[in-house]
Design a protein around this ligand. Sequence first.
Ligand code: MN
Length: 244
Amino acid sequence: MPRILITNDDGISAPGIHALEASLARIGDVYTVAPLYEQSAASRRITLRKPFRYEMHGKNRYAVDGTPADCGMMALTLLLDFKPDLVVSGINNGPNLGENVYYSGTVAGAAEGAKYGIPAIAMSVNQRVDIDYGPAADFAMKIALRTLEHGLPAGIALNVNVPHPSYHGVAITHQSGRLSRNLMIETQDPYGRPYYWMHEEIPVHDAEPGSDYAAVRDGKVSITPLRFDHTAHDLIESLRGFEE
Ligand code: MN
């Protein structure tokens, strides 16, 4: 049986991780190392200025009082005495599309797997309330099987977003370049002082063809291959003049 490491950013008690565990347990031995508390939008933050611990939450289930990146590092350097065949992060409550990919703790969990050269998948569902995780969990099993069979190039993770409540078809996409987090909602506290809530405008109508947003808008599962080496390799030669 393949050995699969599961993590997320919604926390070890989130319904999405339970759905993912149940689904992937049908195809492999599942090990969960996930944050004790919700870490959405933690990106790849790691805990350096304070100690952190893990506690057991069932057989092969570790809850870490840290971020998704902490979980990945702790799993792959301490908790697991083997290198898993696959890392799957999620299933996130809410989509991770466009610029949200940069801030996502779900993607960060997969990124840690990719960093260690393990095929990795980030799973999210395009819904935030009254979620039926069934279709996304089922898709997670299918894409996990395919990834286990075919592998992925080292350093690559797949960012998967599943429409809700159902989907028709699958699209390989690029990360949208549309900016969505343009809204600072101002409200007032009981003392009359303003406070702010960051929100987003989903680029439904002007999403670029072939982008992640366009696929999910059109009811398709979006699969974006992500690379975490941010080097602009195509610019290295043209910038040689800076060396002089
Ligand atoms: Mn989340």
